[in-house]
Design a protein around this ligand. Sequence first.
Ligand SMILES: O=C[C@H](O)[C@H](O)[C@H](O)COP(=O)(O)O
Length: 225
Amino acid sequence: MDMKKLAGDKAAEYVKDGMVVGLGTGSTAYHMVNAVGEMVKNGLKIQAIPTSKATEAQARELGIPLLTIDELDHVDLAIDGVDEIDPQFNAIKGGGGALYREKVVASMAKEVIWIMDESKLVDKIGAFHLPVEIAQYGSKQAMERMAAYGWNPVLRVRDGKTFVTDNGNFIADLHLGAGFDIQDVYSKLTGMLGVLEHGLFLNMCKRMIVGHSNGEVQVIENPSK
Ligand SMILES: O=C[C@H](O)[C@H](O)[C@H](O)COP(=O)(O)O
């Protein structure tokens, strides 16, 4: 049973004719994009905004009509994966490095749905590293600023090379530990010199859709949205 596919397929049911849809990034969003592509082949009329070059390529291949960020004036529904989320709907995202575009799109959306397998639901976020997108120029100093708070930043490396985001920046992964002070880290990172954006997505979603190993799909509504 593919728990990510269960969640992705269920989320696609919320996509309706006429919507502008934010298409997330990652291995869970991948299934949702495939499902939406199938619906488009069967006549669904939507426009979509991808949150990464990878998702853009996938959506293009599937024939999903795309808007550029400069053409975008609203988003009806954004659907994306998460790395961790707690019962207060505080999420960490950016495991794939797409956090900036994901936050731009989710921030514009009238409704946000996070999709995941059951392993992403945790009591307290922070066991997963917190991704922070930083400018290449001055990255050493930005890393030092974060290290000074005891956040244990590690510059992300992939295939032996420093990872570069779709926006041409680096990623610092902070090792905070479960139960860190979310508001404190959020406010210190916001506006920190050299930081473009971070992977804390706090209480943004209207619902989470969780695929379970027993084949069940759980929809958890956010009472505050
Ligand atoms: O940058 C990547 C995104 O935030 C992903 O949505 C997140 O990392 C979850 O990815 P996955 O569904 O592959 O676990």
